[in-house]
Write a protein that binds this ligand. Structure first.
Ligand SMILES: [Zn+2]
Length: 142
């Protein structure tokens, strides 16, 4: 058993960067990984190669392998898999649920144009339905 609190730890700067990147991509979904070590949390963007990139994401396989190599070589921990919903809400789609390949890793969804304003929400995807996972920011990652 782990004593880790069931939260996703980000930083304010990282949340701003993710929102900026999601907005800058226009109608295309962005995707990538959130990784951290004891000192810092960072996002590692991966190209979305989906043809239907307005409502799907498929990570570029070579870039994905490079990310996992970095995680291993630098002793980092995979915190979340992120993607955006350019026009939708920050809730997982059926496609997101079916396609989530890492059951213990939360999905972070960034919704820059959600109905009630820009928002992001993390989800544990191994439960049915997915359960929201609180996001916290911590001073050690500022
Ligand atoms: Zn999605």
């Amino acid at each position: 058993m782990t004593s880790e609190p069931p939260v996703l730890v980000l930083s304010d700067a990282l949340m701003r960067d993710l929102l900026d990147a999601a907005r800058a991509a226009g109608p295309r979904e962005i995707c990538g990984f959130i990784v951290h070590d004891d000192k810092a949390v960072q996002c590692l963007p991966v190209s979305n190669i989906a043809t239907r990139s307005h409502d799907r994401f498929i990570m570029d396989p070579a870039e994905q392998i490079a990310v996992f190599r970095q995680i291993r070589e630098q002793g980092q921990t995979l915190g979340a898999i992120y993607h955006s919903h350019p026009r939708g809400e920050a809730r997982p789609s059926r496609h997101d649920i079916d396609g989530h390949g890492y059951p213990r890793i939360p999905a972070l969804i960034i919704a820059p144009a959600a109905r009630h304003g820009a928002v992001m929400q993390a989800w544990m995807m191994h439960t049915q339905p997915p359960q929201p996972l609180p996001i916290t920011t911590t001073a050690r990652f500022l």
